[in-house]
Design a protein around this ligand. Sequence first.
Ligand code: ADP
Length: 612
Amino acid sequence: MKTGTRFDIIFKKKYPVEERYAPITPNEILKQYFGYDSFREGQTEIIDALTSGRDALGVMPTGAGKSVCYQVPALLLPGVTLVISPLISLMRDQVLALVACGVPAAYINSSLNDTQYAKVMARARAGTYKIIYIAPERLLTPSMQELALRLEISLLAVDEAHCISQWGQDFRPSYLDIPEFVRALPVRPTVAAFTATATPRVREDILRSLVLQNPLAVVTGFDRPNLYFEVKKPKDKYAALAQYLRKRGDDGSGIVYCSTRKEVEDVAERLQASGHSAARYHAGLEDAERSRAQDDFLHDRVRIIVATNAFGMGIDKSNVRFVIHYNMPMNVESYYQEAGRAGRDGLSADCILFYARRDINTALFLINKSENEEEIARNRQLLNHMERYCECDVCLRGFMLRYFGEKSDTDCENCGNCVGVFDEIDISVDAQKILSHILRLNKAGCRFMFTHTADILLGKSEDFTDLSTFGIMKGVPRNYIRAIVNRLIALGYIQDSESKFSTTPRAGEVLRGDVRVTMRGQKPDSAEKPPRPAKQKASYAVSDNLLIKLKALRLEIARKELVPAFVIFSDATLVDMCRKHPQTAEELLSVSGVGQVKLERYGKHFLRLLRE
Ligand code: ADP
């Protein structure tokens, strides 16, 4: 489908906001336009700040509902809200979704042809839109500057604000134009920044670079309780993927991330050859094939997309049921963001990472390509944390939350490490060898990285041959030593500063034999896992006849309207429909996600089906 067609749809549907329903409070806006009864954590505070003219920073996980935080104020404030957004596909989907709810919105980016661009600009000048999405590259163009001088811009929302930080994984230089754009405006609008993935360092970068003034910072929990996390170490990754898909049956669509184009090609081909509905996506493909793959996935014409990390930033598909990483990503930020594309609708979804030690070599190869020493050092540090995630045997969710600066010391019972079946291995003696080795090196004034430390233990080093720990682990697999080192770091016996090791005062407990150190070794893949706790089971039965019928109806309407199905209603809304079984328009309005405009537009079709 051509963007032009969609664009015209967006363009024709225009809803003068004030006359229709005249909502006055944030809650009324939420109900009438978005169909939701109450705000989620963090939303009210941010909306209150923005509507009273105070800047804000919202750090909330994917799916938490950041968009509502600026869309509701946009409908309450006079004039227009500009939203800076990094990706064309994201803008298009957001605008489609807004228009479907009856909000006059448009986007300005390079996908518009000259005629469309002229139309949007003319309508923007005439004050037609309440929300305009803009690509950052456009901000300082003469036509945009000219438009900005004429508009009454009440609010400037910066989406994916981590793109402004070099410590973020998606640095976009054009984000640095934002402060200049704001400075050039006759009246400074309220500025709001949003991001899902921000370590404290990135957060500071955002506040400083965007020059937020006395901002209200709202950092909600990063936890996504509906996501199940697991790290698998399969010998044969493809076989593990095939097994996973077999177990799932036909339930739900998903993303398989690979680190190279070649691997994308291989995996996609093999899936297709074994009858799966799969498409490939990477930067080496023609634009046309890429956007077709993306569209087919968004519109549920293809079930699985096999992709490099070029796919997905801003993919707003709410019903992704699994994200499988075929290789280890380069850092925890990227991983959490990519995995977080699963289950945006709040229903349960799987995030599974297939890890092999060689993934680290691939990552190091990519990192070392840079000519910037500082960047290499930074990326190596980030990689270390990712590796530790893969090797750790503590609660995976807890690991992630602590990484993002949250306290977490309980087991989640919804990750591979909490529910898996493992062998407990006693590693006390090997731990003593490694700790005394590092202690000796430290005493000699040396702090080494893993490779050098291990080389001496393995007797493969040219130096330190007279150290008493030289060669004491000869013949032991390097992976095993690495796993123990990671375990000792996790337990606080080794301190890792810029990837160089030293022992901590607590190491004495192990060296003296006061404590036993154990590590989990995973049983072979065939081991059956215990069933997941009941509360984590999918919150709907996929065989539910009504749900299947509702989905089919949604797809039929979506195809007619040339929009992705979730723009009509999200999976969560259909599930709520099954639960409440509404028979009248009023009852349908009580379903989460059914607002006034959607009721008028689609209500009768759905009610007909529900009454049957
Ligand atoms: P984010 O941008 O934080 O990833 P979105 O803004 O896309 O998340 O919201 C995720 C989903 O949650 C969307 O389907 C959205 O409509 C829904 N949502 C947002 N706020 C609420 C709310 N208060 N109640 C119910 N659903 C909500």
